[in-house]
Design a protein around this ligand. Sequence first.
Ligand SMILES: Cc1ncc(COP(=O)(O)O)c(C=O)c1O
Length: 400
Amino acid sequence: MSLSQGRPHLAIPGPSVMPDRVLNAMHRAAPNIYAGPLVDMLPGLKADLKAVARTNQHVAIYIANGHGAWEAANVNLFSRGDVALSLVTGRFGEGWGQQARDMGVQVQAIDFGRRGPVDPAQVEAALRADREGRIKVVLLTHVDTATSVLNDVAAVRAAIDAAGHDALLAVDCIASLGCDRFEFDAWGVDVMVAASQKGLMVPPGLGFVWLSDKAMARCATSDLRTPYWDWRPRAAATEFWQNFNGTAPTHHLFGLREALDMLVHEEGLEHAWTRHDRLARAVWAAFETWGQGAPHIALNIADPVARARSVTAARITEPDATRLRQWCEAECGVTLGIGLGMASPDDPRWHGFLRVGHMGHVNAHMVLGTLAVMEAGLNALGIAHGGGGASAAAASLARG
Ligand SMILES: Cc1ncc(COP(=O)(O)O)c(C=O)c1O
């Protein structure tokens, strides 16, 4: 007998749980795109998007997913044959660099493995070695969703500056925006990409690029730039339609308005960061307890400083991660994330990783419920583990 009837819970790292308020805001008749509420609300939306990224500079909105936001950044930043320095700490860092390579950019990658963050000293050394200044942009992933590593953006900026290099810094915050602290202006970021379906709590379909004045200027000379992706009219639009280079993503914008009301005006961004921090620590406490005397269970990132607050990747020796995921979904209606990018699906190690998403519209009972279901699964499947992980998570939350 399954206990999965009732509201299912999606604990994958994006798309994340959407608030009913966001869905309800989208449930409306087609709006006028020439005048009225939709047109009137755009300046406020852009102001709040800037607030979420902590910048007074520019933002461009695209009808796109995260890959589209990557491409928007690449076409505006690069000309064919330019060099990018790609800092890889998981599948998504690799993916952004690969996309640039496929577009004709020469990508110099530094791979930091799958279990730790970027080492800024290596970044500085690579930039110092680039005496001719061929590297145009450093590509960094803030949180790599595959490994759940959190990279130190300010430290990478400091490394660029210490090398005396004028490369721009472009950061993928697709899995971290609204969850982990991010400071576009204060950290000296030039480009940041994100999408609607994770910390921003809106269905997939909107891609965003924030850009500095310097990045805005860079695209004037980029020969990869195409009219649709050009960020200049979008970021500096004087007419509503210019923001989207055509028809606006009408319903997504109403959803986004509601989500930003919740995040920026009601909860407050800093509070949301703290909420994600406390919930993430509860998840870590559960895994650390399950792993006691059970070395086959371990968090992928050992150092808490380098762990994301939005997603947690863990190892549970194959095939038990897959067995546990399947049990949680079939028996209890909780869907956990696959161990993306840690092995290929035909590799037995594929079944030795899983991820828990805790981004966006999540609260204590959703996280504790997920962890308690996982503990029930560990017991039901006879997977050896340290007892009391769910209690440890509850205690972590209680400590504050
Ligand atoms: C960090 C990161 N970058 C890029 C992407 C790609 O985004 P999308 O799947 O929306 O194209 C994802 C998706 O999970 C991601 O987590």
